[in-house]
Design a protein around this ligand. Structure first.
Ligand SMILES: [Zn+2]
Length: 380
């Protein structure tokens, strides 16, 4: 920009927003600014002082003195903390790091950074800070949050897990599940069969196996953080062989063993806490914990880990991992059929529920079923 004089007074401006008000230095006090001068012929830096005498910029240093009308000078736009450059005719220039002094001196000549410059300055900083914030949030969300959640999940005391598990099952029983209609003997038969399976590598994972009528949820199985495994009557009915039920249970036990549910819960809580901290309603997070758990979706990685655990456990007990693949096929088919039937009845409701991935939406909580089925079929 040109340090230009605005005729006819000594007020100067290139500012398009200039109101024409003279911007003389208040009280006429002399402003002296330190600067570094380069004469344009050598790379030598000279310490100099700048001051104004009317419309003339006086530059003084050891063996250097020059006086230039301000109208002949160019001043660089302010860019953050970078020094501002004053360019002299003939190739010499000055670097000014004293931004405040520079601003006072410019003001004394009536110069004002143009509106555009001021906006640009603000924009640059705003954009830079937005970019940095996004990078930090992305990195934190992508790497920091899962790592922190995993660590926290394995620090969680058993008592806390048990409380979380039972309160979540209470909520499920209230809103979605009802007592199993399976005969007690049949339940016990499946419990005994699962208890006979040795976990891979001698892993000890505590669990309790519950049977429930899934109602509208239909065929499903879920694992709560404390090892509470829930199997619906509909899943039992869907299985053609008990090994298929056991296969699903090994997968769910894998989620418990790796504490996937807890990790998703912690992750969700941290996000919810941070969000509500900004909104200012922290107490609602604590109240919403069971809901968070129900809405938590396992990541693809978690599913793969649970499949690996399940497949290893099945193989260790002489059962083919294909049993899990077969069950996944049936679950997928059953839930697609249910969604299709529902969508005929009430299209919008189903769509919005599917989008939200409502409770019991097996496909939403178990993504990438197709790939998993193939991987399990190859895991013989
Ligand atoms: Zn799963």
């Amino acid at each position: 920009m040109r340090w230009a004089k605005k005729p006819p007074t000594f007020s100067m401006s290139i500012s398009p927003s200039d109101t024409g008000t003279p911007k003389a230095a208040p009280g006429g006090e002399a402003v002296i600014v330190n600067a570094t001068y380069f004469d344009g012929r050598s790379a030598l830096a000279h310490a100099v002082t700048l001051s104004l005498a009317g419309d003339v910029l006086q530059l003084r240093g050891h063996g250097i003195a020059r006086d230039d009308p301000v109208t002949a000078l160019r001043v660089s736009e302010p860019m953050g903390a970078a020094p501002r450059l004053i360019s002299f005719p003939g190739g010499a220039h000055c670097e000014v790091r004293d931004h405040a002094g520079m601003a006072r001196m410019l003001a004394a000549t009536g110069f004002e950074d143009g509106l555009v410059v001021r906006l640009q300055r603000r924009w640059r900083w705003a954009l830079a800070s937005v970019a940095v914030t996004l990078a930090v949030v992305f990195a934190g969300y992508h790497w920091g949050l899962p790592a922190a959640s995993e660590w926290l999940a394995f620090q969680m005391p058993d008592a806390a897990l048990a409380r979380m598990g039972s309160s979540t099952l209470d909520v499920l029983d209230r809103i979605a599940l009802s007592p199993s209609k399976l005969p007690a003997a049949r339940q016990q038969q499946l419990r005994d069969a699962f208890a006979l399976l040795a976990a891979p590598g001698g892993a000890q994972t505590r669990y309790t196996l519950h049977f429930r009528d899934g109602g509208t949820i239909g065929a499903n199985a879920m694992a709560l953080p404390d090892g509470t495994l829930v199997v619906t009557d509909q899943l039992v009915a869907l299985a053609a062989h008990d090994e298929e039920i056991l296969a699903v249970l090994t997968h769910e036990l894998g989620h418990v063993q790796r504490r996937h549910g807890l990790r998703m819960l912690i992750q969700g809580s941290i996000v919810a806490f941070v969000v509500s901290f900004y909104i200012g309603d922290v107490s609602s997070v604590a109240a919403g914990l069971p809901t968070l758990l129900l809405q938590a979706r396992y990541s693809r990685n978690h599913e793969t880990e649970a499949d690996h655990f399940g497949a290893a456990m099945l193989k260790a007990n002489g059962i083919s991992p294909q049993r899990l693949a077969q069950m996944l096929e049936k679950l997928e088919a059953a839930h697609r059929a249910k969604a299709a039937a529902k969508s005929d009845k009430d299209k919008t409701a189903t769509e919005s529920q599917a989008r939200r991935g409502g409770i019991g939406d097996y496909l939403a909580s178990h993504p990438a079923t197709r790939e998993r089925i193939e991987a399990l079929n190859n895991a013989r």
